[in-house]
Design a protein around this ligand. Structure first.
Ligand code: BES
Ligand code: ZN
Ligand code: ZN
Length: 501
């Protein structure tokens, strides 16, 4: 995708389609035009205002009004997109509305599109508006068509952002940041959408290593022998049943001071989860190619961090394997020893995520990294609890809890805090090992988090269970069926915010 900035007058930008915005006024039923929409409206002798007065366009979120230039301005057509009610506009309404407009244009033949804003309110600045708009365009235009022979869909291949002359530098920064965040999200989406026969643990490690080279991160990949030597009993147990060998991926970004250990990002990288010997039912099992959504989020975030260069150190730790039933699989009744020495009694081989995360969290804690954030498509129980809209998360630190919610808001991702109360530790007591792998049906997302808590040592820690939000069936403003890339922008935002402290 070719993305540029222009300081040309709105009406002089040559393109297939120009996107401008308008909001619904709160005082009366009229609409408030952005400065760019107003400029177009002037050239069209008040046509937008007239259409709105006729009731054809009310400024509701995602509502579109298309007008042709008839030679009166350089763009072939202009699309006015509604942002919803004026007093509620924020970066997420801009992101969503612009995504809807861009998708519509891609479907209707446009190849070069321009985006112009000018509805900054008290809630956010012109640069933030521009950043959200470019994110919306890039997220909205994403498709995954690598395996379809017929490439018949039209693609937008050029995006121009209109910037007021006096804000040129700020808009350039906004564009850079938007591009890094959106492309990292789309990178994660594609990792998730790849079929499991392609995206094996070895391939995931290869893609991580290629990405690391591209953005200048240190990269270390442990193969099976090294994983054994490290004592990663969880990762070894889960991968035992598969013909695909496991990998352990470590990426390091150093933007902070040398004596600061920095934060850790841990991601569950199960490239396919059959459940193993405790085999899952067949229905929808294909969605379990998305069981590496945590790994994808962490790798995506590292790509964005590598490009945005915050003044902080960040280490990514990604255990990856698949979970298969075979004669060499681990089985219920087994006892597994994790890297930090603790033992876990295996109850159900489908609860594999916590085992591989336990090794990674132990290593992060051993290295003295803090805060540690882990992301995992960990439990069906979280999907039951919160569905597909909000990500439930657990943290042992009040401040980190708030930072995650705030970073999520900036990123357009919603998070909801869940409890780690000690009472929930009761059901994972074991008579034969240090802890039991599962705590039964009740509060399944919480007991899974309680298991992870055993491996984080003294670190500040948060566990984000993205089982409901990482892989979805529905199409929304900038969401397609499949991987969402949830977590990428929140983690990158969080790194940017921590770097400012
Ligand atoms: N990968 C699944 C969790 C999952 C379910 C992710 C639905 C996305 C959508 C995980 O490994 C799993 O199977 N967990 C079990 C744990 C149980 C056996 C204690 C579950 O949630 O049923
Ligand atoms: Zn499982
Ligand atoms: Zn799983």
């Amino acid at each position: 995708m070719d993305i540029n900035l222009t300081t040309q007058e709105i009406t002089k930008i040559a393109c297939d389609a120009l996107i401008v915005s308008a909001a619904r006024k709160t005082s009366d039923s009229g609409i408030e035009l952005s400065t760019s929409a107003a400029a177009v409206d002037t050239v069209l002798a008040g046509l937008i205002a007239e259409r709105s007065a006729d009731g054809e366009f009310k400024g509701a979120t995602g509502e579109l009004l298309t007008l042709h230039s008839g030679g009166k301005f350089a763009a072939k057509r202009v699309v006015v997109v509604g942002l919803g009610s004026l007093d509620k506009i924020d970066n997420q309404s801009v992101r969503r509305a612009t995504a809807i407009a861009a998708r519509h244009l891609q479907k209707t033949g446009a190849q070069k599109i321009a985006v112009a804003g000018g509805l900054a309110t008290n809630n956010f600045s012109a640069e933030e508006e521009a950043q959200a708009a470019i994110e919306g365009v890039l997220l909205g235009l994403y498709t995954f068509r690598a395996y379809q022979s017929k490439e018949n869909t039209n693609r937008v291949n050029q995006v121009v952002l209109a910037a007021p002359k006096e804000h040129k530098a700020a808009f350039e920064r906004a564009l850079h940041q938007a591009q890094a965040l959106a492309e990292a999200t789309n990178f994660a989406r594609s990792l998730i959408n790849e079929p499991p026969c392609v995206l094996t643990p070895v391939e995931l490690a290869n893609r991580a290593s290629t990405m690391a080279k591209e953005v200048g991160l240190e990269c270390e990949i442990f193969e099976k022998e090294k994983i054994e030597e490290m004592g990663m009993g969880g990762l070894l147990a889960v991968s035992k049943g598969s013909a695909n060998p496991p990998r352990f991926i470590i990426l390091r970004y150093r933007g902070g001071s040398a004596n600061d250990k920095g934060m850790a990002l841990v991601g569950k990288g199960v490239t396919f989860d059959t459940g193993g010997i405790s085999l899952k039912p067949g229905a929808n099992m294909d969605a379990m190619k998305g069981d590496m959504g945590g790994a994808a989020a962490v790798l995506g975030a590292m790509q964005a961090i590598g490009r945005l260069k915050p003044a902080i150190n960040v280490t990514a730790l990604v255990p990856t394997c698949d979970n298969m039933p075979s004669g060499s699989s681990y089985v219920p009744g087994d006892i597994v020893r994790i890297l930090n020495g603790k033992t876990i009694e295996i109850v159900n081989t489908d609860a594999e995520g916590r085992l591989i995360l336990a090794d990674a969290l132990s290593l992060a804690a051993q290295e003295g990294l803090s805060p540690i954030l882990d992301l995992a498509t960990l439990t069906g129980a979280m999907v039951v609890a919160l569905g597909h809209s909000m990500t439930g998360f657990f943290s042992n630190d009040e401040q980190l809890t708030q930072s995650i919610i705030t970073a999520g808001r900036a990123a357009g991702e919603k998070y909801w805090p869940m409890p780690l109360d000690e009472d929930y530790g009761e059901s994972i007591k074991s008579e034969i090992a240090d802890i039991k792998q599962t705590g039964g049906r009740e509060a399944g997302a919480v007991t899974a988090a309680k298991i992870l808590e055993h491996f984080v040592g003294e670190a500040k820690w948060a566990h984000l269970d993205i089982a409901g939000t990482s892989y979805v069936d529905s199409v929304k403003a900038y969401q397609e069926k499949g991987g969402t890339g949830v977590g990428v922008r929140t983690l990158a935002e969080l790194a940017l915010q921590l770097a400012k402290k």
